[in-house]
Design a protein around this ligand. Structure first.
Ligand code: NMX
Ligand code: MLT
Length: 439
């Protein structure tokens, strides 16, 4: 069975050749133009970044190396007894563009679980943090501190050649992904369960999602473990322009190691317009239950949505910077709930469906958002809540374990393709006026 290191060593020269050909044959071809509106408008639609593992289509949603979510669900291996694709298999696929065999998946899973053991200085750093500190801030600190043992940083200091950069970048990325799961479970125990001293030991023959679930006290729930697998596989990557992925790529372009790059990405994921929206959705639904009760009519739900909009607040879980149709990740999570009778009967999950039926029309009438449909965050929190993970300040941490796999897969490709420091041009309003010839 081939290792991830051998597999990438084989694939990288092929893709380096494609990159060389694109640049030498088509380097001067135009991909688009930049308008003044885009400079003020968050750079929407500007095609200016290379991203290998996935491409997002506004109508169809995400494709990972050309495959849709249902196609990935069809081909990626599952755990013994589990129904959902394994995040480890998705990670291998994101790194290589090749679907791993069952044997490669097991071997890769075992390697990652072995790597997920935390150095004692990380454990003591996490244990020393105030329990009142937001779990995402704890996550940022834990991942940044892993830089203490970065192989990339050490080998760079020792004078490594540029052609070799990807090798320790891959090593650090594998460590970062694996240790993100154990950092997350330690944060959970410290914040909500009074400390990590009773945390179950890692089970080396099980997958990352099982171990995470087990360490936070949900190892006996088959449904929860499978949800964590699906959740982690789905949130991995959403092309390169989203805040977290783009941040990892930008910081990595300075040759900061993968731990520093991903810690910065997590700080972006912690914003309410990005990953924090999944905790906000649950807060929104529970506020709605408080105000209009469980199982209320669609009329009452519509009134509640309007009252939120009239307060000048956004409807969390709705809208998207790129998507113009319901997010297929939302559809996959909704399908997960619908296919399990006990989840489908849960009133909080019921509100996710009721919002899907009502909110798009209200948002369309409201007339501001370019996309009135649900994004991934609209469903994810309600499923965690159903299985008893009720600390919604923690929900974005589970997004963060997953996103490490997509963002760092590209950081490996950034180094393999020798991409340079990212440094776009900025303009002042005066400079814009001068450029367009306006007085
Ligand atoms: N509820 C109310 N208003 C909205 C919503 C919404 N869900 N979505 C967009 N708008 C408003 C937006 O605030 C803006 O208003 P204004 O002109 O007053 O500034 C206007 O509609 C135009 O925004 P768009 O161009 O449609 O959206 P944009 O690309 O700027 O932002 C989001 C995309 C995702 C940030 C935005 O839709 C939003 O704030 N959604 C709610 C938060 C959310 O669910 N975020 C999670 C995204 C997914 N993720 O995991 O990262
Ligand atoms: C993501 O998964 O990063 C979000 O959907 C946000 C985005 O793509 O911009």
């Amino acid at each position: 069975t081939k290792t991830i290191q051998d597999t990438l060593a084989e694939i990288i020269p092929e893709r380096q050749a494609i990159a060389k050909e694109l640049r030498s044959q088509h380097g001067s071809k135009v991909l688009g133009e930049v308008t003044v509106e885009q400079v003020f408008g968050g750079m929407r639609g500007i095609k200016a970044m290379l991203w290998e593992p996935s491409v997002l289509d506004s109508e169809e949603g995400i494709r990972f190396w050309g495959r849709t979510i249902p196609e990935c669900q069809e081909v990626l291996p599952t755990a013994p007894g589990g129904k959902e694709m394994l995040p480890e298999a998705m990670f291998w696929y994101l790194l290589t563009g090749k679907v791993p065999t069952a044997e490669e998946t097991v071997q890769f899973q075992n390697e990652l679980v072995k790597r997920s053991v935390l150095p004692s200085h990380i454990e003591s750093t996490l244990d020393a943090l105030p329990k009142t500190l937001h779990p995402m801030t704890q996550f940022v600190i834990g991942v940044a501190a892993l830089n203490h043992d970065s192989k990339f940083a050490a080998q760079y200091k020792a004078g490594m050649k540029k052609a070799d950069y990807w090798v320790p970048t891959l090593e650090d990325s594998l460590d970062c992904v694996a240790k993100s799961f154990t950092i997350a479970s330690r944060i959970y125990r410290n914040t909500y369960l009074g400390g990590a001293k009773d945390m179950p030991a890692l089970q080396m023959d099980k997958d990352l999602s099982f171990n995470f679930a087990n360490q936070i006290g949900f190892g006996d729930s088959e449904g929860f473990v499978d949800l964590i697998r699906l959740y982690n596989a789905l949130h991995t990557d959403h092309e390169g322009g989203n805040v977290s992925a783009h941040t990892a790529h930008l910081v990595g372009s300075a040759l900061s190691d993968p731990f520093l790059s991903y810690s910065a990405a997590l700080a972006g994921l912690a914003g309410p317009l990005h990953g924090l929206a999944n905790q906000e959705v649950l807060r929104f639904i529970l506020d709605m239950v408080k105000e209009i009760g469980e199982g209320a009519s669609n009329e009452k739900i519509v009134e509640f949505i309007w009252s939120t909009l009239k307060k000048g607040q956004v409807i969390p879980g709705y809208g998207h910077a790129v998507l113009r149709k319901p997010d297929p990740r939302f559809m996959a999570l909704q399908q997960f709930g619908e296919s399990r009778p006990e989840v489908a009967a849960d009133p909080v999950f019921g509100y996710v469906n009721a919002l899907y039926k009502t909110a798009p029309a209200v948002l369309t009438e409201h007339g501001k958002t370019k996309n009135p449909f649900p994004n991934v965050d609209a469903a994810s929190g309600s499923l965690l809540y159903h299985y008893g993970l009720k600390n919604f300040d923690f929900y974005t941490v589970t997004f963060g374990t997953s996103r490490s796999m997509g963002a760092l897969s590209q950081v490996v490709w950034d180094r393999a393709l020798g991409l340079p420091l990212e440094r776009p041009k900025s303009l002042s309003m005066g400079a814009i006026n001068k450029l367009i010839g306006s007085p």
